[in-house]
Design a binder for this molecule. Structure first.
Ligand SMILES: [Zn+2]
Length: 259
């Protein structure tokens, strides 16, 4: 085991892409220092699968459950079902998310307005339940941050933020956290963002199976170490130092226990 401990603050390892080899994937990640993952379930079937794993763990990695919805595909009934599930199970949850805005996939104003109104309801639920909120904000970073500030969101993670530092700045001023995926290896936008973000607001994520260090291959939580290396390189800070700070940031935001 390495000397540092890492937590994947946002991934989807319980999605069908990992049905063949989930245990091996988790084991490989554990061997390189990943002690915990925050799994974002985007449907209730997956959420139940994760809850079972939380109760009866099959690997050494600690699994935490977050429940949310892909902003592009919400219908009224799916929203209501998910909302009630979160209300009923909030004690078992570590966060709400991912939820938010996808202005890349949704271009029309009616669709965007709908996303904004669901997003606001998830923000108020997160405050009511005192759960952090993991935010998806594709081509909508500036709007998402504005809404979070207006709605007085308190514990926020902007995952794979795709905007400039200028768009992120209001979030930084409000103490929002930003998680950095392995796609930073080729994303100039993410490299520039990390350059300017304070280390005290940085977390690491893989978003597995997406956002791998090389385009179009399946991402896995062991690639978290690639995000770590890149952040250390860009910030010109010792790797162990970065790992420890980021671990502390993650525990603080999600109030994680037993790690
Ligand atoms: Zn995701």
């Amino acid at each position: 085991m390495p000397v540092y401990k890492l937590i994947d603050s946002h991934c989807h390892v319980f999605s069908h892409e990992f049905d063949e080899d989930r245990l091996n994937v988790l084991k490989r990640a554990y061997d390189i220092g990943v002690v915990g993952v925050i799994e974002s379930a985007l449907d209730l079937k997956t959420a139940l699968k994760v809850l079972r794993e939380v109760k009866y763990p099959s690997s050494n990695i600690k699994i935490y459950l977050s429940v949310g919805l892909n902003p592009c595909c919400i219908t009224g009934s799916i929203f209501n079902e998910t909302y009630s599930f979160i209300e009923e199970n909030f004690r078992e949850l570590t966060a709400i998310g991912e939820v938010g805005l996808d202005f890349y996939l949704t271009q029309d104003s009616t669709g965007r307005e709908k996303q904004i109104s669901y997003f606001k309801r998830f923000i108020s639920l997160s405050k009511e339940m005192n759960l952090p909120i993991i935010v998806h904000s594709r081509s909508a970073g500036k709007y998402a941050i504005q809404i979070l500030v207006e709605e007085k969101a308190e514990r926020v993670l902007l995952h794979a933020f795709d905007g400039s530092f200028k768009s992120a700045k209001l979030g930084v001023e409000n103490g929002f956290f930003f998680s950095i995926p392995p796609s930073i290896t080729y994303s100039i936008q993410k490299q520039r963002l990390v350059e300017k973000l304070p280390l005290d607001l940085i977390l690491l994520e893989t978003d597995s199976p997406s956002l791998s260090p090389v385009r179009n291959i399946r991402n896995t939580p062991e690639n978290l170490v690639i995000s770590l290396r890149e952040v250390a390189r860009i910030k010109k800070i010792d790797l162990i130092n970065v790992a420890e700070t980021v671990f502390r940031n993650t525990v603080k935001l999600f109030d994680l226990k037993n790690l």
